[in-house]
Design a protein. Sequence first.
Length: 710
Amino acid sequence: MIHTDDHHPHVLLIDDDQTLHLWAHRNLSETEFTLTSCFGGKEGIDAFMEYAPTIVIIDIEMPEMDGFATCAAIRSLPNGKNIPVVMMTVTEDAEKIAHAYASGATDFVVKPINWKVLTQRLRYMVKASRNIYKLEQSELRLTKAKKMAHLGYWEWQIDSNISYWSDEFYDMIGLRKEHFIPDNLSYKDYILEADKAYVVEQLQNVIKTKQPTTFECRVVTATSQQRFISQHIEPVEDHKGNLISLIGTVQDITERKEQENKIRHLAYYDEVTQLPNRVFFLKFLAKTLELSQRNNRNFAVLFLDLDGFKGVNDTYGHQAGDQLLLEISKRLTEGLRCSDLASRYFDHFDHKVDVARLGGDEFTILLNELTRPEDAATVAERIQRWITEPVALGDRLIHIGVSIGIAVYPYDGEDADTLLKNADIAMYHAKKLGKGNYQFFHEAMAIKAKKRLEMETYMHHAVAKNELRLHYQPVVDVTTGQLIGAEALLRWESPQLGFLPPNDFISLAEENGMINPFGEWAIRETCRQYQVWKQQGMGDLTIAINLSSLQFNQSSFVAMVAGIINEYEVNPAFLTFELTESMIMADTDNMLAKLNALKSLGVKLAIDDFGTGYSSLRYLNRFPLDSLKIDRSFVKELPVSADAVAIVSAILALAKALNLSTIAEGVETSQQNTFLQNTTCDAVQGFYFSKPMPVEEFQNYWLQQNNPVP
Ligand code: C2E
Ligand code: MG
Ligand code: MG
């Protein structure tokens, strides 16, 4: 160790010349130096190890071990590396001087010694050596500190494109200085792919604005480990303000991040089930509220409370209770994630539904972007099914139930607390009604929801139980008033629900796919009826059938129609299929091919409710259409509203230009009819002539037309 007594630096003098030692004592005793004398190399090395002097003076010419060997030996000692060593000789021989320095000498003096001068030199050397020592210590400390703070450093000189990485940064990236020379900003290669664009943007910003920045990102080390780093990047400018380099200090914050994650997990998740807890749920709810407000959307909060959980806890213990909760939470998350129903109602279902455990045996579920608030009931029913499946606890099967309360935004509350509270109240009602129930907070909605569910059940048997009907509404030639056709309109005569018009059940049927069998039934029934009329010699009427997009998009649709036409030997020229604008809006080759295929059966195609959708003139021209049905909302305002007159006239002009025939829907008055008679409109349909009628009634109407009562 270097002598640390700053006031009395310790000189070790090694020389075989006794007189020199006497002189040294005489001269140094009046100074701050203390002196230890040794008379040979070996003795000197021992003393060096024993006393750890501040400085060493060695004579070159000594018997046994000369000064060069002694100096080299001291230099090889652990504390000898940085000690100032002065060598003495009697001649100023260049070769000797070189040899002395090569052996590790710091300085060189020629005998006879001028002690005044040497003392000054010794002082200077001690001071310099102390400074070097201090510097080394502080560098050592800095390196240690950097290591402890996981701090690294890189520099990129923009002009020369030279990069430098500190050892710590090498360590962070998992590379070795010997194996990797950075160039350019090559550290970017180690940024996690997902963060790369962001980091590049940050760098570009520093270059552009010449302002420092600090940010966090992830790196993937050479050994494929992912680490979090925080970077502070400083731009360096020359005196003219030109950017010359970037300096980045980099800190590995992986442990801090992990710690933060742990803390976050503890704060936001439930320990037993690992589901989000109440705090998290309320946060998520607030966020959903904000989005729903902005987008004018509905969502539902389901409040679940297990029935009979306390019994399980009391009977089998808390551990069993926890196990049960875990199982329930799994069923909920998995069920909601893969439910076909769920995915039909919500796309990106994973992100839009959240299950949380509020505590005890209470869970909450957030159903986002409900098409219809009543749909929450369907989900509630499924949840009940999932939960009532027995749970195996050890070798026991446990049966548990659940009561569910439903609150729907915005009807049942416009803030998170109210919604949650009302869902809770609804749950309480459900419990009171008998366990295993669900209740909406809003009663009206409950009734609606129940109806929908009922309807869905009955709907499945409607075709098989022969509950569907077609009513026919006459289509009349506008100038002659002659019956030229009819539109077949679907009705459902349900023994349980009563007589239902299509507006009451078609949207549900479209949602659950029942529109396909319904639609096929309508086509088949129309054709069957057509055959009957033909056999009765009733003459030819064009019958229009409505199509839904779901039906039309079935790959087997055209083949199905062809099959039915064949089966009943219908002349396809007397069949019209009504499509809506939105159905064929996608102006694709695929759509064109499909329409052409349908058209090639010999049937006619009409656009229903024309004027209400987004019409592209391009598709009108490109698709093989025959007629437009002017929507009744325009006809209704004829001839009073100038706007309606303008629109209807425009549609008629358009149809004429495109060589399409026209039918005006919803004609209710003689004024409307008269107005249309004075236009190029071809046909009319509406209550003014007749409502849609059951088949016998329609037949009578038809017969009367053919043989008008005088
Ligand atoms: P739509 O195709 O536009 O049918 C015309 C609707 O307007 C019919 O209602 C008809 O009763 C009504 N209507 C006719 N004349 C007048 C009038 O002068 N005044 C008023 N206020 N209304 C009139 P409906 O039968 O209730 O059918 C409603 C919709 O249900 C239909 O509109 C059609 O889009 C759909 N639909 C009916 N049958 C089927 C079907 O078999 N398949 C499919 N996919 N949809 C059908
Ligand atoms: Mg129609
Ligand atoms: Mg219509």
